[in-house]
Design a protein around this ligand. Structure first.
Ligand code: HEC
Ligand code: HEC
Length: 287
């Protein structure tokens, strides 16, 4: 009897820890690392209080309102609730929404969701993000529809095929990959009159970002004048994780410090290596 019991138990254990489940656990762990760290979808998709205040650490039930000249957008509920969230979406539909900006109804997902950056998300990381989303509690929350007062582009580019992340051993390229999926340059690059990011000023800061916090001006992340050249790696890492600048002063939102505190040392080192590889530029805003 003893033997049989052990057998049953070990079968259960095997079933629970067999190859398929082990992969699931690793995928979920990667999803957690990304979603509670550099990818930080929750910085936009978090639940908001009845007063519209962000509820960091709460489910991604949406409702945060982005007021802009060109649009009034609401971050949707992306918890697994079937009626009001993404519970009824397939993995393929979710992948298309995240990486190509095409919604379930075929409609283009508008700004400020940074689709141009999310096109870089590698297949394995996309699967990890989706697995993590599906493992969250479902929250029923109906969010108003966004209104765009500008025509949206027909698409964000051709269909995304298969994407692989660069090897972690290539610190600069892996750091660039992380900066893309964390959309750092979405805020840290100035925009032209049409709202497009100015490629020639990559990372030079100076973008004005209005919100409930007033107006934040993004800073220069390049090694140019007024940038990060004189900062040590430890200072850069501390600022990104704590939201305190070099003098210990708190930085204003909307940078996702709340999440970035979870970026691990290897990822932080890659991110910093990438920032140090940027073309040195002067601050693009008014100093
Ligand atoms: C800068 C803010 C921002 C970030 C960051 C962001 N989103 Fe969004 N997202 C939005 C907004 C706003 C919309 C709605 C746009 C619209 O109405 O066209 C949206 C739409 C979506 C949709 C479509 C949902 C629906 O019901 O139509 C999905 C799915 C989604 N986001 C998932 C994600 C995931 C996953 C991430 C992280 C990888 C993410 N978003 C990061 C702002 C953001
Ligand atoms: C949603 C917009 C946004 C995103 C995304 C963002 N930042 Fe920021 N960041 C800002 C703003 C705005 C400030 C300045 C805040 C202030 O002045 O109070 C800032 C400040 C900083 C600073 C402080 C620099 C200084 O001179 O004090 C660093 C370093 C930084 N960001 C790095 C990053 C990195 C790396 C990423 C990606 C992982 C990132 N940021 C993503 C908006 C953003």
């Amino acid at each position: 009897m003893h033997k049989a019991l052990v057998c049953v138990l070990s079968l259960l254990c095997l079933a629970a820890a067999g190859p398929a489940r082990a992969a699931d656990a690793a995928t979920l762990a990667r999803g957690k690392q990304l979603m509670e760290g550099i990818v930080a979808c929750g910085n936009c998709h978090m639940a908001v209080s009845p007063q519209g205040e962000p509820q960091f650490g709460k489910p991604l039930a949406g409702g945060f309102k982005f007021d802009d000249r060109a649009f009034t957008a609401y971050a949707p509920n992306i918890t697994p609730d079937v009626a009001t969230g993404i519970g009824g979406w397939t993995d393929a539909e979710l992948g298309k929404a995240i990486r190509e900006g095409i919604g379930r109804d075929g409609r283009l997902i508008g700004p400020p969701m940074p689709i141009g950056f999310y096109r870089h998300i590698a297949d394995a990381d996309l699967a990890a993000i989706i697995a993590w989303l599906r493992a969250q509690p479902a929250v029923r929350n109906e969010v108003p529809k966004s209104v765009y007062r500008i025509p949206l582009p027909p698409n964000y580019g051709p269909a995304v095929g298969s994407v692989a992340a660069p090897p972690q051993s290539d610190k600069v390229r892996y750091g660039e990959y992380l900066a893309n999926i964390g959309h750092c340059m979405d805020c840290h690059t100035p925009r032209d009159d049409k709202g497009m990011l100015m490629r020639a000023q990559w990372g030079a800061g100076g973008q004005a970002i209005p919100g409930p916090w007033g107006v934040s001006i993004s800073r220069n992340l390049t090694p140019g004048p007024g940038g990060l050249k004189d900062w040590t790696d430890a200072q850069i890492a501390h600022t990104i994780r704590s939201g305190l600048d070099r003098k210990g002063q708190p930085l204003k939102p909307p940078m996702a410090f709340w999440f970035y505190k979870n970026i691990d040392d290897a990822e932080m080192a890659a991110l910093i290596a990438y920032l140090r590889s940027l073309a040195p530029l002067p601050f693009a805003g008014k100093s």
